[in-house]
Design a protein around this ligand. Structure first.
Ligand SMILES: [Zn+2]
Length: 443
């Protein structure tokens, strides 16, 4: 391994015991800060009956309460502008980002100068792990304005020394024009957009996507780029390497990034975010080992504006390994879906991304675009699962194709499905985040 294989060689190859000691010391300091400065946590800790002296080592963290996204929303509504979980002074806040949840009301996150530097550093580590280098010209084809994956991505790409081209969303014509005239080598977008853009290039620019010469697809914002069939499709269409990243707008936009081994995303928040994997039903902390599946929980270790303790992400992840040929000592995972999105069909857990995985495996007979229709709010769904999926070119016998897809869903997921086939291009394409579920009850 060479030192230029890593953005921060020392921390990315640190021995796990040394890292734990560092995290323990930092968490103690972060707790001092929370007990002293966060009205939100002062109240939560008092209600849970935990005191500062209850934390002596990392394993004591499990005694402290979880933080839920709904609590942050309520706190922000009750104490504007940023909520009682804001622990810095507003004068020290240099930027705000917002995410819009299902309620449509924006949820703000503030950054001090130091917080912004941490975001930039961790995000840069992830992009670097994904193979971005100073020589790259990267087209940013996802949200740019209030989106936490926008300006922080710009800062990180610039810190690496690569060239950031801020195209944003809704501008496929410009993406193609700039990629061609600037000879861009990389693109940052969602996996759904990577697939849509290939279709767009064929249809509108009358080109083979490979002719654009993009060699690196740095994907994120939704699970998908790690699904073998989706990855194979993007790779084949573009002749490019696909890697994915994962983060959280309330914590750090990109905390995990996949290395060139393409076998899961490395954890790159080492000294800034402590992670736990829990059983989403019982809340029990599970030991991190290959094959483990559970919900990802983040704790900030050095945050000023909105330090969060045991923040439940609702991201359902699977640990793929705790060592890697690339030399990074952090574990690797894949996000399989949101625990919020999970459906239960006659007692069987079904992630919408798993349905897309199966449908995508029929590519090119199917485009891979899919929507699950819900008549009533989940997670419980009466069988059969209603699925709309697009057929691609060259699938003449639709009845047989439909049966094949239904059979495969039944054999892999153990649920019965009713698949309705629609022509290519019928389902909406998303540049920010794909919507795999259509709620028929929300008109
Ligand atoms: Zn690796």
């Amino acid at each position: 391994m060479r030192t230029d294989d890593y953005f921060d060689p020392e921390i990315e190859t640190m021995m796990p015991d040394d890292l734990r000691a560092l995290q323990e010391a930092k968490l103690a300091t972060q707790l001092d800060y929370l007990f002293a400065r966060s009205p939100f946590y002062q109240e939560k800790f008092a209600a849970a009956g935990v005191r500062r002296e209850d934390f002596r080592s990392l394993k004591d963290l499990a005694r402290f309460p979880f933080t839920l996204k709904e609590e942050l929303r309520e706190s922000q509504q009750a104490s504007p502008p940023l909520g009682s979980h804001m622990a810095a002074d507003m004068i020290d806040v240099i930027r705000l980002h917002a995410s819009t949840g299902t309620t449509g009301r924006p949820s703000f996150v503030g950054l001090t100068r130091k917080d912004a530097q941490v975001w930039t550093k961790v995000t840069a580590r992830s992009f670097y792990a994904q193979g971005i280098r100073p020589c790259d010209i990267l087209i940013h084809a996802t949200g740019l304005t209030m989106f936490a994956g926008g300006l922080p991505a710009k800062d990180a790409i610039e810190l690496i020394g690569a060239t950031f081209v801020p195209v944003g969303t809704g501008a496929s014509e410009k993406v193609v024009l700039y990629a061609k005239s600037l000879r861009a080598s990389a693109i940052h977008c969602t996996p759904s957009y990577a697939m849509y853009l290939a279709e767009y290039v064929r249809r509108e620019a009358k080109m083979d996507p490979r002719e654009l010469g993009i060699k690196k697809f740095v994907c994120g914002a939704e699970p998908g780029a790690g699904i073998p069939a989706v990855r194979a499709k993007i790779t084949e269409e573009w002749g490019a390497r696909v890697t994915e990243g994962l983060g959280n707008a309330d914590m750090i936009p990109i905390i995990f990034g996949e290395c060139p081994e393409q076998s899961g995303m490395h954890y790159n928040g080492q000294e800034y975010v402590f992670n736990e994997i829990i059983d989403p039903e019982s809340g029990e902390v599970l030991p991190i080992e290959a094959g483990l599946s559970g919900e990802l929980v983040y704790t900030s270790l050095e945050r000023e504006c909105v330090p969060l303790l045991r923040f439940r992400t609702r991201d359902r992840v699977t640990i793929l390994g705790t060592s890697c040929k690339c030399g990074r000592t952090s574990y690797k995972l894949r996000c399989v879906g949101r625990t919020d999105d999970m459906l239960i069909v006659l007692g069987v857990n079904v992630f919408p991304s798993a349905v897309r995985d199966i449908v995508s495996s029929f590519y090119p007979q199917m485009t891979g675009e899919v929507q699950i229709l819900l008549e009533q709010p989940g997670p419980g769904v009466k069988p059969p699962l209603q699925i709309v999926a697009e057929y691609g070119n060259g699938g003449p016998d639709q009845a047989a194709l439909q049966k094949k897809v239904e059979d495969k869903i039944k054999s892999v997921l153990s649920v019965s499905a009713a698949v309705q086939l629609v022509p290519e291009g019928t389902l909406p394409r998303f540049e920010m985040k794909g919507q795999l579920i259509r709620k028929l009850y929300e008109k």
